[in-house]
Ligand binder design. Structure first.
Ligand code: FEO
Ligand code: CA
Ligand code: CA
Ligand code: CA
Length: 629
């Protein structure tokens, strides 16, 4: 060959041209099999061989087939890049509640425009909505909803770079996070919040909580203010949610580490604390400067306080005076959501993702069985935690985290769950976000949102993150959804079969595995699946929290959005698009299934009013008032 040819090609291209890789390697076979296995997709989708065949060449036939068999009751909408919400023809959306709207009439007129006053900041709807659930109680329709984090640039506009200037600033941003419980009602197709309802409640960073389960009372949970290690204050970074069969709300503490800092960078901690801080990312400086004005968040003064966060918290939305309960039996990590289902024999099964690069997917199985009207506290504590191991032959197993398998006692497994999972050799995942289980089939799904470190560097515990079966792409920028079917149709089973329901990608840009699976096409491009709920008919609603620059790798994706997937055909269609800059997260249905409530988090444009951007819940209905889920 001529030197000119050599110079005109990159080293990789030159290598590929002259030393081509085999058409199909062992890994390609795993991937192909994982996304096409007969029985999971009903044999409907046909795939070519090798990763390169997952691209544009096949999507036409996939779409054509899906169109003939579509179960969707709407015409999919195109991607959007503007500053508002779009839904299909025949549907309508309205804002139900915005950050800063009063829950109680004594907070009428609360003005967020210049950051808002600290007074009454615990009487308004909080900021940055996330997971939510609806509850029907004695004729009252209730919504419980998370407020994940504050936008300090808006809330603390006078403080330099959004850093609090005084204790009042800290208290204000503590108040606008956490959870809201509120009563809603519909009058002539229009939903509104019942101001001053006795069910309305704000739970924030200073609300008293009870700690129960295997870690309750452990030395690592004791502080000067609570020498019992059983009573903490507040719930923070509330991300996804869950609902128990007995009608309570589960709120999940995700990036709790970011709330703690130290006023003394030379502070010395005991080794277990040092190891825990390292694995969970507790650092000397917090995100919001709490430690500057609230000593509870200063680890040099309260080194155990971070151990009192990172849990799943149970709230009874029907009892406004009840004390929320932190269930240590469900483990401590960056909890995304809590998908609760029942095993064949009535034991309670909770699926949970730990949203950090290279962390794990978990499940909890109770020892006792759920009896309507019976005791429930032990059902979320007395049982076994498992971490998932996915094998390349499309089988998998749940590895129990027990004193025998981890050489840790029950309390240590509970407090340092990540360390326990590393010891048993679970599969490192591409940031497990929401898990959803189907009400019409014994199967579950987890959004693996993306992972720029896949194949590049290990997780915070040093665990290997080479590509593996359900996480098959290096520097994964698009994300995928893994699905598993428990053995014997029993969510308590120790083993399962798995496949990939979808690999997001962009077939207009790539022809290799980054094109995505064949059920991704020019008409439904999306990236970074995150929120996910399966409706009563078995359809999968997928919400995204991804790159919305709409260019290059993400060309054609548009703004973050909500899509719906058919579990049988694999068809995926775009149902809703959010305003520029937002994340779409949180989905719940009214009791009559004629309204879906959807959360719009951190809109980047001046949505919804043209002024300060305000995270909000919207209500989506069919214009003919038909069922929407
Ligand atoms: Fe708060 Fe992993 O999303
Ligand atoms: Ca999320
Ligand atoms: Ca996310
Ligand atoms: Ca978020």
């Amino acid at each position: 060959m001529k030197d000119a040819d050599r110079m005109s090609l990159s080293a990789d291209d030159w290598d590929e041209l002259h030393f081509p890789r085999p058409e199909e390697n062992e890994f390609d076979r795993v991937v192909e099999s994982a996304i096409s296995r007969r029985g999971f997709l009903g044999g409907v989708l046909a795939f070519g061989s090798g990763a390169s065949a997952m691209g544009a060449g096949l999507m036409g036939s996939t779409s054509a087939l899906a169109a003939e068999t579509s179960r969707f009751a709407f015409t999919p909408i195109p991607a959007q890049t503007d500053g508002t919400v779009h839904v299909p023809e025949g549907y309508d959306w309205k804002v139900l509640m915005r950050w800063g709207d009063p829950l109680f009439s004594d907070a009428d007129g609360y003005d967020i425009a210049n950051g808002g006053p600290v007074e009454k900041s615990d009487r308004i709807f909080g900021e940055n909505t996330d997971g939510m659930e609806t509850f029907s109680f004695k004729g009252h329709e209730l919504i419980a909803i998370n407020h994940e984090f504050p936008n300090n640039g808006i809330n603390l506009p006078t403080a330099q770079e959004g850093v609090p200037a005084n204790a009042g600033d800290v208290l204000k941003i503590q108040n606008i996070q956490g959870v809201t419980v509120m009563e809603v009602k519909e009058i002539e197709d229009e939903w509104s919040v019942v101001k001053d309802s006795p069910f309305n409640r704000r739970i924030h960073h200073n609300t008293p909580m009870k700690i129960v389960g295997p870690a309750a009372g452990h030395d690592l949970l004791k502080t000067k203010a609570d020498p019992t290690g059983t009573a903490s204050l507040g719930t923070m970074n509330n991300c996804g949610a869950g609902k128990t069969p007995w009608g309570t709300y589960l709120t999940c503490e995700e990036n709790f580490n970011g709330y703690f800092g130290s006023s003394d960078e030379t502070a010395v901690y005991d080794q277990p604390i040092v190891d825990g801080y390292a694995r969970y990312g507790v650092k000397a400086k917090s995100w919001n400067g709490y430690e500057l004005f609230d000593p509870r968040f200063d680890t040099s003064k309260n080194p155990n306080e971070p151990h009192r966060a990172g849990w799943i918290v149970e709230i009874d939305p029907t009892k406004p005076d009840s004390t929320p309960v932190k269930h240590t039996g469900l483990g401590r990590f960056k909890h995304e959501n809590a998908e609760v289902t029942l095993a064949a024999d009535g034991r309670v099964v909770v699926y949970m993702g730990d949203d950090e690069r290279g962390e794990y997917l978990y499940k909890f199985v109770s020892n006792g069985t759920y009896q309507p009207g019976g005791e429930t506290e032990s059902l979320l504590n007395d049982g076994t935690l498992y971490a998932a191991k996915f094998d390349d032959d499309l089988s998998g197993e749940w590895l129990p985290l027990t004193p025998e398998t981890t050489d840790m006692n029950a309390a240590e497994i509970s407090i340092f769950t990540r360390l326990a999972a590393s010891k048993v050799g679970a599969t490192t995942m591409d940031r497990p976000e929401w898990v959803a289980s189907s009400p019409v089939a014994v199967e579950a799904y987890c959004c693996l949102t993306n992972n720029k470190n896949r194949g590049i560097k290990p997780n915070a515990g040093g665990d290997d993150t080479s590509i593996n079966g359900p996480n098959p792409r290096e520097t994964n920028k698009y994300g995928q959804i893994v699905r598993w079917r428990p053995s014997n149709d029993d969510h308590a089973a120790d083993t399962f079969d798995w496949d990939l329901y979808v690999m997001a990608g962009n077939p207009t840009v790539h022809t290799d595995a980054y094109a995505g699976s064949p059920n991704v096409n020019e008409g439904n491009l999306f990236n970074s699946p995150d929120g996910m709920v399966i409706d009563t008919t078995g359809l999968i609603w997928i919400q995204t929290d991804g790159n919305d620059n709409n260019a290059e790798d993400f060309a054609g994706n548009g703004n973050n959005q909500m899509l719906v997937g058919d579990p049988i055909t694999g068809e995926i269609a775009r149902f809703m698009t959010g305003p520029k800059g937002c994340e779409v997260t949180g989905l719940a249905w009214s009791t009559d299934l004629r309204t879906m409530f959807v959360g719009i988090q951190h809109p980047g444009s001046n949505w919804p009013d043209g002024g300060t951007p305000r995270s909000s819940i919207i209500a989506i209905k069919r214009t003919d008032n038909g069922l929407v889920g």
